[in-house]
Design a protein around this ligand. Structure first.
Ligand code: CP3
Length: 341
């Protein structure tokens, strides 16, 4: 049994004294202890070495005592396992030297054996669960098929992922076959993560908001729905779509346990669109952590009042930024722990 089960109870929609709190990208570059490890080991070495990945995962927990940990890894380990080369270039971000732009490129993309190619993630989960010692739950994650496709086709980050959209609109057959291959791999991967010990999973659709509502259904949501269908009876699933407030109504019917929202959607509108019954997670503007600790605490309290303490998980609306002072992140977590109705 997990000692602090606030997060799991919020996912079930149970009544709680205060909502649980964690931060997307909480294991990251704003933490000096993370930077120390980052200086010594390159990105994928950190991901592939269970001792390092588990240590990085628990760093923010030791410092702040969040109510859930999220495994240190990356969404791009999936294309890597599918035989698509992925580099993490310092001061640049992800770089895929051979992007997928045609049927010929797609032919080299495989659906991998998960234990063989991603067994190191399962080892990292086991090592992390040992370190967490049943104190708090551990979240596993994957990118949405659409968000993974964005990187596979574009070959790097982008403001508008124009090449990814171009493939979808000029060669939908190739786009859909790639999306289906990613979906099949992701389902097997998340099932293995649950077997290895994660207590919930989150799907990051970081670039879903690039699509029109109609295209979102066709190129993103239907694949996320397949993943939810395959996982929902094994573990709680959180679906986070950045900029996807327009799809909240559909998402609320999906079988997901919670929906992530970003800061462009008010609490009231998110509750209205999602029908008022499903657990919501979010949605503090990550840049707002640059305000003073005092202002952060006031704003977090107000955010909880707006969402309501039940069926709610306090989080940012996207990942924490590298330039956030450690004491400001502390104020965010403390405000939630000090919350009184
Ligand atoms: O949340 C956590 O603390 C767990 C770890 C985590 C990482 N990436 C570690 C990471 C998670 C959940 C991710 C998810 C991820 N990766 C997403 C979806 C979430 C989001 O923010 O939208 C995306 C789009 C990626 C792809 C990716 N990985 C990018 C664009 C970058 C470079 C940009 C950046 O922030 O530096 C990465 C690298 C990466 N993944 C870093 C970390 C801590 C920073 C680089 C490093 O540590 O060397």
């Amino acid at each position: 049994m997990i000692k602090n089960d606030l997060f799991l109870r919020a996912l079930k929609g149970e009544t709680v004294d205060r909502p649980p709190v964690w931060m997307m990208r909480q294991a990251g570059r704003y933490l000096p202890e993370f930077m120390e490890i980052k200086e010594k080991y390159d990105f994928f070495t950190r991901c592939r070495t269970p001792e390092l990945a588990s240590e990085i995962t628990v760093q923010p927990i030791r410092r702040y005592g969040m109510d859930a940990a999220i495994l240190f890894s990356d969404i791009l380990v999936i294309p890597q396992a599918m035989n698509i080369e992925v580099e993490m270039k310092p001061n640049f971000g992800p770089y895929l030297p051979n992007p997928i732009r045609s049927q010929k490129d797609l032919n080299n993309v495989i659906i991998p054996d998960i234990q063989e190619s991603l067994g190191y993630v399962m080892e990292a989960i086991k090592a992390t669960k040992e370190k967490l010692n049943n104190e708090i739950p551990l979240i596993g994650f994957a990118g949405s098929p659409w968000t993974i496709l964005c990187y596979c086709v574009e070959g790097q980050g982008s403001k508008n992922f124009a090449k990814a959209k171009e493939l979808c609109y000029t060669n939908p057959i190739v786009a859909h076959s790639l999306l289906q291959k990613i979906t099949d791999t992701t389902i097997a991967y998340l099932k293995a993560k649950v077997e290895a010990g994660v207590d919930a999973v989150q799907i990051f659709d970081s670039w879903g908001g690039m699509l029109s509502p109609t295209d979102y259904q066709e190129f993103s949501w239907q694949y996320i729905q397949q993943i939810i269908n395959a996982l929902k009876d094994r573990t709680p699933v959180i679906a986070f779509g950045k900029g996807c407030w327009f799809a909240l109504q559909e998402m609320a019917k999906s079988g997901a346990s919670a929906l992530g929202v970003d800061w462009t959607c008010s609490a009231r509108n998110a509750r209205y669109l999602s029908g008022g019954r499903i657990t919501l997670q979010g949605n503090f503007d990550p840049s707002r952590l640059l305000s003073s600790p005092k202002v952060i605490k006031q704003m977090v309290t107000q955010m909880i009042n707006e969402f309501g303490k039940d069926r709610y998980i306090v989080n940012l609306g996207h990942g924490i930024l590298p330039n956030i002072p450690v004491e400001n992140a502390a104020a965010f977590v403390e405000a939630v722990k000090e919350y009184k109705v």
